[in-house]
Design a protein around this ligand. Sequence first.
Ligand SMILES: Nc1nc2c(ncn2[C@@H]2O[C@H](COP(=O)(O)OP(=O)(O)OP(=O)(O)O)[C@@H](O)[C@H]2O)c(=O)[nH]1
Ligand SMILES: [Mg+2]
Length: 428
Amino acid sequence: MPRKPQKVAKKPSEKEEEERVKRTKIRVIGIGGGGSSIVSEIASRVTQASFVVANTDRQALKAASRKTIRFQFGQGLTRGLGTGMNADLGREAAQNEKEKIQKLLEGQDLCILVVSLGGGVGSGAAPVFAKISKSLGNLTYGIFTLPFKFEGEKKMEIAKNALESIKPSLNALSIIPNERIFQIIDKSTPLKQALSAINRNLTESLAGLIETIYEPGLINIDFADLKTIFEGRGRLAYLNTVVVPRSEKSSQEAIEKALNSPLYPYTIRGAKGVLFNITGEKEISLNEVNQISKSISELVNKEAKIIFGISQDKKYQDKIKTTVLATGCGIKIFSEKSQKKKRRKKKKILPPPPEPEKKIKTKPKKKKKEMETSKKLPEVVTSSEERVRKNGLQIKKEAEEEEKEMLAKEKFWESPAFLRRKKFFKTQ
Ligand SMILES: Nc1nc2c(ncn2[C@@H]2O[C@H](COP(=O)(O)OP(=O)(O)OP(=O)(O)O)[C@@H](O)[C@H]2O)c(=O)[nH]1
Ligand SMILES: [Mg+2]
C-alpha cells in the first residue's frame, strides 16, 4: 500500500518570520484583587497582548476573565485565601515562588503591572514581580491606584510603602488615586459603580496603548519607540486614551481631552518623553497633526523626545481616538488637600484654537488692544471656564519659569506631597 504523504508543518515565509521577530511582546499582569479586576476587563477587550492575573485568593481568581492566565501563588501561606491587608504575607508568598514568577515574565519586551494598592497581595507581591521583571531585562511599567480616603490611613500607608519599594524596579509608573473618580461622578455613587468607572477608564487607556503598539499605522510606533519613551528609572507616567466625534474641531477637542484626564493628580507638563497616536477612519490631515504636535511640544520639556503615530481604522467611523503616553512628567502631584485649593486655580491645558479671532469674547475696552496682539495664540482655560488669552512669549516664559522652579524642587517634589512628609521616595 502506498503510504500517505506525511503532513509537514508549513515553514513560515520570510515575511511571517520577520513579523514574528518584530512583534513586541507585551504581558499585562494584574496582581491582587483590584489589579486582577482591571486586567480581566482589558483582556476581554484586547487580543494582541497576553494577560495574567495573579493572586493568593483562589476565589478571586475564579472570577477572572477566561482570556487571562491565572496564577495562584502562596497556597502554603494563605491556604488559597487573601492576606487580609497583610503586605508582608503578600511579599513572602511571592518570594517563595520566584521561579514560577520568572517563568511568567521571561521572554517579554514590556511587562505592565497593574495593582490597586492598599491591600496585602498586590502591595506586598508587586515589588517582587517588578524586581524579577527588571532582572530579566524587560521594560517594566506599573499602573497603580491608591485607596479611597474613606478606607483609612492604614491602607494608604500600605500603598506608600509598596510604592517606595517598587519604584526602583520600574522604568515608569502611573499613579491614580481612586478618590479622583469623584471629579467625574457624584460622591453618592455606590462603591462598586465608582470602582468600575475607574476600571473602565484605565482599561480604555491601556487598551489604547496596546493598540497603538500593535496596529500597523501610516506612521508606525514600534518597540524602539517604546524603549525611547520608557528609558530611565521610576519615571512618573501619564497615560490616557480618548475618543471624540470627528468634526472640524475634533483634533483640538481630542488633544484637550487627552491632556486633561481628571483621574491624574499631575499633567504631562515637563515630560521628557511623549508617545502620541491618532487613529481615525479617514486620513488625518497634516495640518491637524501639526496642531496637536505644537500643543504638546509647548507643554513638555524642551529636550523631550516626541514620537507620533497615525493609524487608520474602520472601527473609528466618524470618530478619532487619541492616545497619549508621557513619561518623566513634572511631578505636579499635590496632596488631596492642596489639590482642592489648586483645582480652583488649575489651568486646563488647551491646544491652539484654529481660528482664534472668532472666539475672542468682547471684553472691557481697555483690554481690547492686548487681545488684538494675541491673535492665533494658544489659550488657557481656568477651571472656572473663564477664558484667558496668552501670547506665545508669555506662555514660553511661564513654561520656562515653571521648569526652572520644578528643577530646583526636583528632589523634593519627587513624590506626592502626602508621601513626602516621610521622605517617601528614595533619591536615585
Ligand atoms: N480601581 C480599583 N480599585 C480597587 C478595586 N478593588 C479594590 N480596589 C482598591 O484596592 C485596594 C486593595 O484591595 P485589593 O486589590 O482587593 O487587595 P489585595 O491586593 O487583593 O490584598 P488583600 O488585602 O489580601 O485582599 C482597596 O483598598 C481599594 O482601594 C477595583 O476593582 N478597582
Ligand atoms: Mg484580595
